[in-house]
Design a protein around this ligand. Structure first.
Ligand code: LLP
Length: 415
């Protein structure tokens, strides 16, 4: 599937469903995901890894909707989780716990026990104290845990500072310089086997070369660890491949990246695990919104829509760019340069700033593009806004994958 979101004769479609039909029937704001688009991206990874001892562990944090997880589980995907809540979702969606890897700097005792109980593939450990706790809990439960140390390979991914993770100054992982001593100190533990090496250097990488540089360093580390007698079996390289958000952005070629990676890993006897999130789901999703008002303050134009930072926080948090396009060609000629803002009481509540757009008028629908990753999952109820519905399109059919929240949902659990 070339592009699951496509304009045909002026009208925006998701696969074979007109997006305006969904906006009218499901209401706005609403997230819409293309099942075909997600499958196609997953299959690109699967095809690129064919014949290798490799696994794609989709990063649940990018989009954890059960319907999305279910369709990836059906493709045979494994999963990368960062919390007990994500593990619960994977199990509910029929994911295989034996293909789950668990990352994160702050795993709690309860989360570790839950993961041991279900029998996940491996923990990616981020500190020596965590390794010791896993050992103790596994011992008490009569289990043996498989683990890797999440290494900080000190490679600069050249991405946004908030989503760059592989440098020494970041809270993630353990510095590659000296990590062998961490393995040594854990050597005697009876209930945890350090049988992998793991890293994740950052997200939204439009150039794959830092990932390849990290892979090279990690393979060398695995070789050094084996020389010390550790039975290192797998290399988990994390996620990170980016997607084009702006018209001029390069699109990393998954196939070319995997061919280069194959060259580094094949022959080492290491199993390769990847944890892509964004590159599988981002482009298969849009956020639909309706224009509420137009207003101008002096020479500044505003287009007020019914979606906001509570539905999509990326512009407010990272200054991220998302294309905004009308669902139908505007009836009016010409363009306007405007801020697209939501109803939330924050100056930072914008979806776009100083953007040249068609003459959008109240009642018009727009799509915020490339919103399938880190969209709904990072939404909030700030300003007592119910979180939006999620819709899954598959071919000519579509269905509500998650209902819009109600006011009742917002007060559930309050005394
Ligand atoms: N593995 C680990 C250990 C991670 O921390 C992440 C993302 C991934 C895999 C998946 O990375 P991806 O393939 O999606 O780049 N909210 C931010 C992105 C945060 C990414 C956090 N970690 C955003 O909206 O851009």
């Amino acid at each position: 599937m070339a592009n699951p979101i496509e304009r045909r004769e002026g009208v925006l479609f998701c696969e074979n469903v007109e997006l305006e039909t969904i906006a009218r029937e499901a209401g706005t704001p609403v997230y819409v995901y293309s099942a075909g688009g997600i499958r196609a991206r997953y299959r690109e990874y699967a095809a690129g890894l064919e014949g290798m001892d490799a696994r794609v562990c989709y990063a649940v944090k990018a989009n954890g909707n059960l319907s999305v997880l279910r369709l990836l589980a059906a493709e045979g995907a494994g999963f990368d989780i960062v919390s007990g809540g994500e593990l619960d979702r994977v199990l509910r969606a029929g994911g295989d716990p034996a293909k789950v890897v668990f990352a994160g700097v702050g795993k709690t005792r309860e989360e570790i026990e839950f993961a041991l109980e279900t029998g996940i593939a491996a923990f990616n450990c981020e500190s020596e104290a965590e390794i010791a706790l896993i050992d103790a809990l596994a011992g008490r439960m009569g289990k043996r845990a498989s683990a890797a140390v999440r290494v900080n390979p000190d490679v600069n991914p050249e991405t946004h500072p908030y989503i760059s993770t592989g440098l020494r100054e970041h809270k993630f992982g353990i510095d590659i310089h000296g990590v062998e001593e961490v393995y040594e100190r854990a050597r005697g533990l009876r209930n945890v086997s350090l049988e992998g090496v793991a890293c994740h250097i950052g997200s939204q990488l439009l150039d794959a070369s830092p990932l390849l540089e990290a892979a090279q360093k990690m393979v060398e580390l695995a070789v050094r660890l084996r020389a010390r007698g550790f039975a290192i079996r797998h290399l988990d390289l994390g996620g990170g491949l980016g997607v084009p958000y702006k018209p001029g952005d390069a699109r990393p070629d998954v196939g070319a990246f995997l061919r280069a990676l194959r060259g580094i890993v094949v022959g080492t006897g290491l199993r390769l695990w990847l944890e892509p999130g964004r590159s599988i789901v981002a482009e298969a999703g849009v956020l639909l919104a309706r224009v509420l008002y137009r207003k101008s303050n002096g020479d500044k134009e505003f287009i007020v829509v019914d979606a906001s930072m509570t539905e999509l926080i990326r512009p407010a948090l990272y200054g991220a760019h998302h294309e905004i396009v009308p669902l139908r060609k505007s009836r009016l000629p010409g363009t306007v340069t405007a801020d697209v803002v939501g109803p939330v009481c924050e100056t930072g509540d914008f979806l776009a700033r100083g953007r040249e757009l068609p003459q959008l008028m109240p009642g018009d629908f727009v799509a915020v593009m490339t919103a399938g990753a880190y969209g709904w999952v990072a939404s909030s109820n700030y300003n007592a806004r119910p979180r939006p519905a999620e819709v899954l399109v598959d071919g000519t059919g579509w269905g509500v994958a998650r209902k819009r929240e109600t006011y009742e949902d917002l007060v559930r659990g309050e005394a």
